[in-house]
Structure formats: C-alpha cells, structure tokens
Design a protein around this ligand. Structure first.
Ligand SMILES: Cc1cc2nc3c(=O)[nH]c(=O)nc-3n(C[C@H](O)[C@H](O)[C@H](O)COP(=O)(O)OP(=O)(O)OC[C@H]3O[C@@H](n4cnc5c(N)ncnc54)[C@H](O)[C@@H]3O)c2cc1C
Length: 410
C-alpha cells in the first residue's frame, strides 16, 4: 500500500492550493478528486482582486490570469426590487495606485488550473476517485479508502487535508463541524451575446439585486460567452431550510425575473439550475483532529456577509499545507482563527443587521457615494469588517432618527 506525507481530499481551490504548497515544499502528496476534471462547480465565480504592480494575491502569483479570468468587472450595478438602480465604480477616482476588480472565473477552468499546477509541482493528481472511508489510529498514519471506475484505491498518510467542500466526508469521519450554519444558493449559466439586452449588461459590470430574495441577494456576473445568474439566502432562518422547495422556487423565480428585467428573457425549461449549500462562518470551531485538518468550505470558511468563499478556501488550503510541512498540525485551528476570526465575527454582526433591514441598508448604505468602494475594500480584505461595522452602526443611529426603524424593512 502506498504511503504519503499527505493526502488532500477534494480538488477545489482549498485542495488545489494545499496540494501545490505541499508538493512545492517537497512533500509526497496525493490530490484526490471524486469527479473527473475539469468538473462543473456550482458557483458565481466572482473573486475580488487587487492589482497594483504585482498581484496582491500571492496564492495566485504562479498562474497566468489570462488562462482563467473571463471578465474583469470594475463596476457594480445595484438595485432594490429590480428598481432604484445605482451604478458605481469599484475604484476611487482618481485612482489610489491600486486597482480593485472582480475577476470572473468559470470554476471548471479555474479549479482545473489549480489542480494541474499542483501536479506540475509534483503532486500525484487522481481525479475520478471518491474517498469512501478514513481510518484513524491513535499515533498511527491515517488509512484512506477511495473508489473510482478502475476499482478501490487504498493508501496511508501522515496527514490528511479535508478540502472536500460543504458535503464532504472528512468532517463527518473525524466528528468535526457538527454545528453548521448552511445557506443555500443557486445559479444558472445563460449563453449571452454582448450588446444585447439592457445597456448596462457589459463585461465590466456585475449586477446585484437585494430586494428580490428575503435574507439574501441575487446577482448577474459577466463571463466570456455567458452570464452567471444566481440567487442565495445567506441568512438562513432554520437548519432545514436549504431542502425547502419554497426556498428553491423563490431562488428560481429571482433568477428568471432578473433575466427578464435585463432584457435576456429565457423560458424556465431552457435554464439549468444548480443549487448548493454554503457552510457559513458561525464562530470559530475546531477544524483539526490529530492528523486530519479541514480547509475551505469543509471548515465553514464562507464570509457570512458576502457569501464568498473562494479566496478563503485558497488561504486556508495554504495555511493547512504550511502546518503539515512544519509538523505543527495541532496549531492549525489557532492559525485559522488568527487569520479569520475577528473579521468574520464582525462580518457576522453586519450580516445580522443587513439581512434583517435590507431596504433601509439599501437606501442609507449601498446607495451612498463611496459605498461600493468600501464594499470592495472589505471584499479584498484591505479594510477590516470591525472598522466598518462600527461606522455602519453610527450611521444607522443617525438615519434612524429620521426614519422609524420598522419602516426600514419595506
Ligand atoms: C451558487 C453559489 C455561488 C457562489 N458564488 C461565489 C462567488 O461568486 N465567489 C466566491 O468567492 N464564492 C462563491 N461561492 C462559494 C464557493 O463556491 C465556495 O466557497 C468554494 O468553492 C469553496 O472551495 P473548496 O475548495 O473549499 O470546496 P469546493 O470548491 O466545494 O471543492 C470541494 C471538492 O471536493 C470534491 N469532493 C467532495 N467529496 C469528495 C470525496 N469524498 N472524495 C474526493 N473528492 C471529493 C468535490 O467534488 C469538489 O471538487 C458560491 C457558492 C454557491 C453555492
């Protein structure tokens, strides 16, 4: 039976990055992915990016953006109940020497690029191989059993990184992340010819709608030859909500209405909807047990305010790999807490307010001059949520003097 320094389960951004860092660091590593690559991943594929002279995202420095960035959005068009539009730039004018934008990627292409980069660095990439069981012996290596079309595959490893997403096996196998807060989001990819439809349907504009989905938002993201149109409930009311057909119908309706109102009407039967849970941050939880570490969605690292997780998956994959390389696996939960806790806790407080009173926040927050730039600074991680949540609460107190708080909801 083969033995590895580390086995990484799942070839999303967390797993692709972890396997790359491990291989580059000289470890013998296998990257296992249950689907044949490239595979579809239900996602909007929007990634905040800061470009000055060098790419700010050191995790992506070795990749050529041209290979996977389909559009580079620099404007946001916000709406409330599909009306009251506000088109705003993401960057200050004049520029501060650092350009922020939303990279629009197709996840099948982006994730495959990360996995291939890990393979080039020396990782053994095995796609079409789903992990079925993990056996953990005290002080011994972890035994991994996986299965694919060519049969059963077994191996042992000194460490396992569970980067197997929201529905992964690793967290369950080691009894971690039992109290999860699961949001749900849905998307459809709609073929599009630029120049057709609403005048603001342009490759440099992403669209965000806040009133159509209670406790969530809807989006239209520009891609090379299509639009990614989606909607999500990012502040779930109760645990079982994601299986609720009423919620799914609401999300589908928001997607169809968005297309219609932007002049891209489609018949519902023509659309292929993909829905997927999002494990939101709900406070720091233990994400390491012995030699097993969780990264990305498996560790619940989705920002509870924006609902984004790609960059946090990359970052946590990198931190997990560094802990394995340095033999410091027991310090992993603390390392993740140091990176994410204070910011995500503040984002959670802001989410509680925003998703309760979105109409008020739209009028007094999102539409304010400069709000989109502040949102981009938050999204890029330049400005901590702590700073903004305090300022936001001050603004709310001022605005509440002129508008009774309950009227804000409508
Ligand atoms: C509709 C929707 C829209 C979203 N839009 C955005 C967005 O615009 N921007 C953003 O930043 N985030 C977005 N997200 C969140 C983002 O998709 C996730 O946070 C991100 O994919 C997490 O990456 P990951 O590597 O942790 O997990 P994943 O990307 O889920 O990868 C996990 C991988 O593990 C594999 N796997 C699972 N089980 C096994 C097994 N047993 N054996 C082997 N392999 C296995 C899976 O096949 C998968 O490839 C969105 C999510 C949804 C649902």
């Amino acid at each position: 039976m083969a033995h590895y320094d580390a086995v990484v389960i799942g070839a999303g951004p967390a797993g692709g990055e972890a396997a790359f860092v491990l291989a580059r660091g000289g470890a013998k590593v296998a990257l296992l992915e249950k689907m044949p690559l490239p595979r579809h991943k239900t996602c909007g594929g929007g990634m905040p990016m800061m470009v000055s002279k060098v790419l700010a995202m050191e995790e992506l420095r070795d990749l050529a953006p041209d290979a996977f960035v389909e559009a580079d959005a620099k404007f946001m068009r916000h709406t409330w109940k599909f009306g009251d539009p506000c088109l705003a730039p993401m960057n200050p004018e004049p520029g501060d020497g650092c350009e922020r934008s939303l990279w629009m990627v197709r996840r099948s292409v982006f994730d495959n690029a990360l996995a291939q980069r890990a393979a080039c660095a020396g990782a053994e990439l095995r796609d079409g191989l789903g992990v079925r069981a993990l056996e953990i012996e005290r002080d011994g290596p972890v035994k991994i059993t996986a299965e694919g079309p060519s049969g059963v595959w077994t191996a042992t490893a000194d460490a396992v990184i569970g980067a197997d997403g929201a529905n992964g096996i690793t967290a369950r196998a080691v009894g971690l992340r039992k109290e999860r807060s699961l949001a749900i989001a849905m998307e459809a990819e709609v073929p599009h010819r630029w120049g057709e439809g609403h005048a603001d349907l342009r490759p440099e504009v992403c669209h965000l709608e806040y009133g159509a989905v209670e406790r969530g938002y809807a989006w239209v993201f520009p891609k090379g030859d299509h639009l990614n149109v989606g909607a999500g409930v990012f502040r779930p009311r109760r645990a079982g909500e994601r299986g609720d057909t009423a919620v799914r119908e609401l999300l589908q309706r928001a997607i169809v209405d968005y297309l219609t109102l932007l002049g891209v009407p489609k018949r519902v039967e023509e659309l292929v909807f993909h829905a997927h849970p999002l494990p939101l941050w709900n406070g720091m939880d233990k994400i390491q047990s012995g030699r097993v570490l969780l990264a990305g969605d498996a560790a619940g690292l989705i920002n509870p305010f924006f609902g984004d997780g790609i960059l946090h998956a990359l970052k946590s994959g990198q931190i997990a790999a560094q802990c394995v390389l340095s033999g410091e696996t027991s310090g992993y939960t603390e390392a993740i807490a140091a990176e994410f806790r204070s910011n995500f806790d503040a984002a959670l407080r802001m989410a509680a307010f925003f998703y309760r009173w979105p109409g008020f926040c739209y009028r007094h927050g999102i539409k304010r001059p400069g709000a989109t730039r502040i949102a981009m600074r938050l999204f890029c991680g330049e400005t901590p949520f702590n700073d903004i949540s305090r300022r936001m609460m001050r603004l709310v107190r001022e605005a509440a003097k002129s508008e009774p708080i309950e009227a804000k909801i409508l």
